[in-house]
Design a binder for this molecule. Structure first.
Ligand code: GDP
Ligand code: IMO
Ligand code: MG
Length: 510
């Protein structure tokens, strides 16, 4: 392989590794939070352009670099390379709360980071306060049917886009058009909101994410003028960033610039391929990401898919066959009463080797710091599920990166779910009838089916030593290598990179 002339060994490795490619993507093959932020930041060293194409500020992408920790919700994770002239783009397929962008710009400035080359797509979908309220009130009224959304207005904003009732970022630059479109949008939403509990609406509207009551009107629910005034102010602040990013990225592609696409959420949360209905409202697979950044899926030459090595997490509701502690864990993580502080105070990481699964799940959460980067909610934890991974791999991300293997350093045994036994009522999947006792190797992402799937495990010995300092594949403990070989032999994907810690250097290229 050709060597780069740079003095930075990690940079050399990345540049060598990605040599010959012009567009690469980083998505997640699970339910999110696998380390997209870490790898987009790393690969940004190679890229000229870093673009997001899906989701909004429901994301929390963490980066640990130069002794600091950053969490980005909407600005791409390549922004720390802005000073090197890299261009970061918030693409057309995203849903954007302008206030979040402005807050993140302020945080960057506070940390001494620049954002001179950041662009925001003129046709990204605009998140309005109405949509945040709709998201929260619907979740509140849904009872057991709730999805456990992040409450950021993501679903209602995409819904309005598809029902042709939404606004886009560009509307912020044209006050009269904004006013007209917002009025029409608001009239419709007020009709719907009048059917909801007034007190609950008032409480929601006084949340800090909704400007602590600034948008509230006792009679009309929304103080229309306050929304217009504030949003037009946001538009003026963001005006220098707003561009035709689709044209820009296509042109850049023709000029041979190197493009890195940053996925959001994970394929199992995709509206099209995820564990429906407990999903987000955009297509988080490689196809959705490419489209949302202004490209085609076939433009992507190398598609990385991140997998939390040997375990997985889920935030929010929905079936999770390998979850430690099953329903008890789901309830514990979703009831709003538990968080990192309370779990650390009352539980111990040494429970990771207890046979009782619920405590084991908490211990894994403590070890992996598995608390939502956006909402702070405890992430539900469970073993790696190969039927779900095989399903996700059908939609890209076949060049796999395994992260967080160090989290399992103290485990005496590791279990990998290799297939399911279906234990529910008769279920037609197209022309195939599933009956209790049937086995399957690829998950069917319908929650009504998945909730009856019992995992079948293969057990392995743990490696019981710290791997954080290891920098070459061959130096990993034999027990771990055996498990990795097994997993790779079981799925239609390749293993490319292993992550043994959150830091940039804690990375092993195979
Ligand atoms: P994202 O949403 O996919 O970007 O992932 P998050 O940032 O929400 O969650 C991943 C968390 O794991 C972050 O806190 C990262 O700093 C951290 N992380 C990433 N890779 C590793 C790793 O290999 N080991 C450990 N211990 N932590 C990691
Ligand atoms: P990153 O990019 C994990 C989950 C929510 C909820 C469901 C729908 O950091 O991996 P939404 O607010 O999108 O309508 O919620 O999707 N969810 C995530 N879970 N990581 C994320 O992002 C997520 N973004 C949304 O918890 O279950
Ligand atoms: Mg995250």
């Amino acid at each position: 392989m050709k060597k780069s002339s740079s003095q930075n060994p990690l940079k050399n490795k990345i540049v060598d590794f990605l040599q010959g490619f012009s567009t690469i993507s980083v998505t997640c093959n699970q339910w999110g939070d696998t380390g997209k932020g870490k790898f987009v930041d790393l690969f940004a060293e190679w890229a000229d352009i870093i673009a997001r194409g899906t989701g909004g500020d429901n994301c929390g992408h963490s980066i640990e670099a130069d002794g600091k920790k950053f969490v980005f919700h909407i600005i791409p994770s390549g922004i720390l390379r802005d000073g090197q002239g890299k261009i970061n783009i918030i693409g057309n397929g995203t849903v954007v709360n302008p206030r979040t962008v402005i807050n993140e710009l302020a945080l960057l400035a506070e940390q001494g980071c620049t954002y001179s080359n950041l662009m925001l797509a003129y046709n990204a979908k605009l998140i309005l306060p109405t949509q945040i309220v709709m998201d929260r009130i619907k979740e509140r009224s849904a009872g057991v049917g709730k999805i456990g959304t992040t409450g950021r207005g993501i679903g209602p904003t995409y819904t309005d886009h598809y029902s042709r009732k939404g606004l886009v970022i560009n509307d912020l630059l044209n006050p009269e058009i904004f006013r007209q479109k917002f009025k029409a949008h608001l009239d419709e939403k007020k009709m719907i909101l009048k059917n909801y509990d007034y007190k609950a609406l008032k409480t929601i509207m006084h949340h800090k994410d909704l400007e602590s009551g600034f948008y509230w009107d006792d009679e009309e629910i929304f103080a229309e003028e306050n929304v217009v005034e504030r949003y037009l102010q946001y538009g003026e602040i963001l005006r220098p960033l707003i561009k035709d990013t689709d044209a820009f990225i296509r042109n850049a592609k023709e000029r041979g610039l190197k493009i890195l696409l940053e996925g959001a959420q994970g394929t199992l949360l995709s509206i099209d391929h995820g564990t429906t209905p407990f999903v987000t409202s955009s297509d988080c697979s490689v196809g959705g990401l490419a489209r949302g950044a202004g490209l085609k899926e076939s433009d992507v030459g190398l598609s990385f898919g991140i997998v939390k090595g040997l375990y997985m997490t889920r935030v929010g509701e929905g079936p999770f066959p390998t979850e430690f502690g099953g329903d008890l864990s789901a309830e514990w993580c979703g009831n709003g009463l538990n968080n990192e502080e309370t779990e650390r105070e009352n539980h111990s990481a040494s429970d990771i080797n207890r046979s009782e699964p619920f405590s084991r799940g908490i211990a894994l959460r403590i070890l992996g710091k598995e608390y939502g980067a956006t909402t702070g909610r405890p992430r539900r934890t469970g073993w790696l599920d190969l039927p779900l991974l095989r399903h996700a791999l059908q939609f890209g991300g076949e060049e796999m990166i395994f992260t967080k293997l160090d989290v399992l350093d103290t485990c005496e045994t590791i279990q990998v779910c290799t297939e399911y036994e279906y234990q529910g009522p008769d279920y037609y999947f197209g022309d195939h009838l599933y009956q209790a006792g049937d086995h399957l190797g690829i998950a069917i992402p319908d929650s009504n089916f998945l909730k009856y799937c019992a995992p079948i495990y293969q057990e392995f010995k743990g490696w019981k030593t710290s791997i954080r300092g290891i920098r070459s594949y061959q130096s990993l403990p034999d027990e771990l290598l055996e498990i990795l070989d097994f997993v790779i032999s079981q799925v239609p994907g390749n293993l490319n990179i292993i992550s043994v810690g959150p830091g940039r250097e804690e990375t092993i290229f195979l």
